[in-house]
Design a binder for this molecule. Structure first.
Ligand code: NAP
Length: 328
């Protein structure tokens, strides 16, 4: 049995650096997964920058990564031994490694026919977008606005809304060149922010009423523009702050429309609650993943040896979909 493995560390410079570390052992309720692919998230770029000593970051080294797919190689007490050998995708810290230690509640089975590369690119999108829809009180038939919809998780959110029988789906991007990408992912209406006024465009597309539910990945004044674009008794859920964390909102729009505002951050959710969010996403969405209605877009598959290229691509925001590492 192998006792050491390669893992990627941040805090060493502008890119991740490989180190040899011990293969983890599972404690109670935990599993160890031999990873075959791990996927990158916007958060990985934010953490890399915050720790990069060459640009004034903390210089504190940390094990990078959150999202993986592979095969269960060991289980701890309280996890059935039949679990060993299962093909799973999931979320756990320190995922950029050949073996990852995970809470057994934080993985989903990989449906037949889905490769490791695509599977690794799904868990964050599935749990975040399904969790946000649930938080916003989504029901089939409701209209949904998704801002920052070309983000990796936004594209999953679009497909999920379609698979769960949303009514009209309106999606935003800053780039006219990505119009067709959003249409293909399930958008009925695409708003090119910068060229079109977001609130006006949404009202025009919804007979002046606004959408039932807005999922916002951008924050800043895009979040503010979602409020008057949401119908009476509707909900706005902030998921990401790709633009800015600070926002000046119109309280008249909030109060006169009786809106509900929510924020979700599943990286800061207690383990048992996250387990319930993942279980609900699996229950509602695995059939749609299995039959191809929900599929991640993989921008490119790289390796730990080309981690610098991956970090540069992630920071560029030019990627269409997920960047994935195939794990040796
Ligand atoms: N709440 C949670 O639990 C949770 C979980 C995961 C991720 N997140 C957050 O969700 C967001 C999306 O994550 P991701 O990993 O999917 O991102 P990503 O794939 O890196 O998103 C890239 C896209 O974001 C858009 N974008 C970049 N900068 C922008 C800006 N200043 N204003 C508007 N749009 C901008 C660009 O789209 P266009 O060029 O097409 O406009 C770009 O293609 C991030 O803020 C992330 O931190 C939250």
């Amino acid at each position: 049995m192998t006792t050491t493995m390669t893992a990627l560390f941040g805090g060493t410079g502008p890119h991740w650096a490989p180190r040899q570390v011990a293969v983890p052992e599972p404690g109670p309720g935990q599993i160890v997964v031999r990873t075959h692919a791990v996927a990158l998230n916007n958060t990985d770029a934010v953490m890399l920058a915050a720790a990069d000593p060459s640009t004034g970051g903390s210089g504190k080294e940390y094990r990078a990564g959150y999202e993986f797919a592979g095969q269960v190689s060991a289980v701890g007490d309280g996890v059935g031994t039949a679990t060993v050998g299962r093909h799973v995708m999931g979320t756990a810290p320190a995922a950029f490694a050949q073996y990852v230690l995970a809470d057994h509640r934080h993985v989903l089975p990989i449906p037949d026919g889905l490769g490791y590369s695509e599977a690794s690119a799904l868990p964050t999108g599935l749990l975040t977008e399904h969790g946000a829809l649930t938080t916003g009180g989504f029901r089939p038939g409701q209209s949904v606005l998704i801002t920052g919809a070309t983000s990796s998780i936004g594209l999953i959110g679009l497909q999920i809304a379609r698979a769960l029988n949303a009514g009209r789906i309106i999606a935003t991007t800053r780039s006219a060149a990505k119009h067709d990408l959003l249409k293909q992912a399930g958008a009925d209406t695409v708003v090119i922010t910068g060229e079109q006024d977001l609130t006006r465009s949404v009202l025009d597309a919804t007979a002046g009423e606004g959408v039932c539910l807005a999922l916002d990945h951008v924050g800043g004044q895009t979040f503010a523009a979602c409020l008057p674009a949401t119908k009476v008794d509707g909900a706005v859920v902030n998921i990401g702050r790709l633009g800015q964390a600070a926002s000046t909102i119109d309280l008249d729009a909030l109060s006169y429309r009786h809106l509900r505002l929510h924020g979700v951050s599943f990286g800061f959710t207690r383990a048992a609650e996250l387990g319930a969010v993942i279980a609900a996403a699996g229950r509602d969405l695995l059939p749609a993943v299995a039959d191809g209605r929900v599929r991640p877009l993989v921008d490119r598959t790289l390796s730990f040896d080309t981690a610098a290229e991956a970090a540069t691509r992630l920071r560029s925001h030019q990627a269409q979909g997920k960047i994935v590492f195939a794990v040796p």
